[in-house]
Design a protein around this ligand. Structure first.
Ligand code: 5AD
Ligand code: SF4
Length: 340
């Protein structure tokens, strides 16, 4: 790698697949320079504010059988739950009381939550809290997405997971990458702010695949992009695989910041799970969002997507202090993407 390439990237030069591949595998001083460069681009384009969003995981039922995920329908060992409307509302109120501008309503792919039930939920939460509402309920029909947008949903999170069609097909049995991308396209058309993202260190994933992830982020111009290390779950077919590498996650995050400039990039929970302080490292390598989990504790422990997720500390004071300790401020309001 040359520092000239990095300098050019910081100034906004388009990076080719070969450039990205090269920058993905650097180490030592060069790697440090890459992360610092992304930190400067972050500061210049989205500022020093860290936006907080509160997640409420309201159902861990899922009809899918993704090889990597603890909520997969084949995992019989998991205690399943669905929160009722009033409990979900109360959890959303807590998000508002903490002073966050956005609630993220997340679940497995759970058809019990029909178009009408979700629309009701969205309307109620909007009326009671006035929060920005992000939905993250997986792949649904165009009509579902349309109805929920009309009901007051503002954003939708749907990670593309991996840009390799073959790896995708293998890891999500019966599903196709194209179907996922079609959902993402619909969501954009409907006027949602759209978040996507990937996992890093999936078994069988190559550096070329990761470069394609970054190119897809750029091409589809997502408003938010979550980049997480893969963490093997003992009750899945991938139990014996190795976990993703935080260093690589940070390099991909940094490259994503260099390439996309003004998107919102969360310091993902999984980054904090594979290494204590991982989220702070992410915030210094291009990230500008943190999403604390505000699911009530009795349910939270059953939203067991990967090990360690349920025990990461999410105290409000602690998170705020950590953000201030690295010279950043905590955002007010909804923290939407501001295009520049
Ligand atoms: N490790 C890290 N992230 C995971 N996800 C699912 N399983 C894992 C895992 N084992 C992520 C996926 C999915 C979201 C619900 O959680 O990216 O979109
Ligand atoms: Fe279900 Fe999502 Fe987990 Fe796949 S990743 S099993 S769709 S919750």
């Amino acid at each position: 790698m040359s520092y000239e390439l990095l300098l050019a990237a910081e100034e906004g030069k388009d990076l080719s697949a070969a450039d990205l591949l090269c920058l993905l595998s650097i180490g030592g001083e060069e790697e440090k320079a890459l992360l610092e460069s992304a930190d400067r681009v972050r500061s210049k384009w989205v500022g020093d504010t860290v936006h907080l969003r509160g997640i409420v995981e309201f159902s861990n039922f899922c009809i899918q059988n993704c090889l990597y995920c603890g909520l997969r329908r084949g995992n019989r060992a998991l205690t399943r739950y669905r929160m009722g409307l009033s409990d979900i509302l109360a959890a959303a109120e807590k998000v508002r009381e903490r002073g966050y501008g956005t609630v993220v309503l997340q679940s497995g792919e759970d058809p019990w939550f029909t178009q009408d039930r979700v629309a009701d939920l969205v309307r109620n939460i909007k009326r009671k809290t006035r929060l920005s509402i992000t939905l993250s309920l997986g792949e649904r029909s165009y009509e579902d997405y349309e109805t929920w947008k009309e009901a007051g949903a503002d954003r939708y999170l749907l990670k593309h997971e991996t840009a390799s069609p073959d790896l995708y097909r293998h890891l999500r049995p019966g599903r196709e990458l194209g179907e996922r991308l079609r959902c993402l396209k619909w969501l954009k058309e409907l006027g949602y702010e759209v978040g996507s993202g990937n996992m890093v260190g999936l078994p069988g994933q190559t550096d070329q695949d990761l470069v394609q992830d970054i190119q897809l982020f750029k091409e589809l111009d997502f408003d938010m992009i979550g980049i997480s290390p893969f963490i093997p779950h003992p009750r899945t077919p991938l139990a014996a695989e190795s976990k993703g590498d935080l260093g690589k996650v940070l390099r991909i995050l940094a490259l994503t910041r260099l390439v996309t400039r003004d998107t919102n990039l969360p310091a993902t929970t999984a980054s904090g799970v594979i290494e204590k302080g991982g989220r702070l490292k992410a915030l210094r390598s291009g990230a500008n969002v943190v999403m604390p989990d505000l699911t009530p504790p009795k349910h939270k422990r059953h939203y067991h997507i990967y090990p360690g997720k349920t025990s990461i500390s999410e105290g409000d004071q602690e998170i705020r202090e950590a953000i201030l300790s690295i010279g950043r401020s905590v955002g007010q309001g909804s923290g939407s993407r501001v295009r520049r």
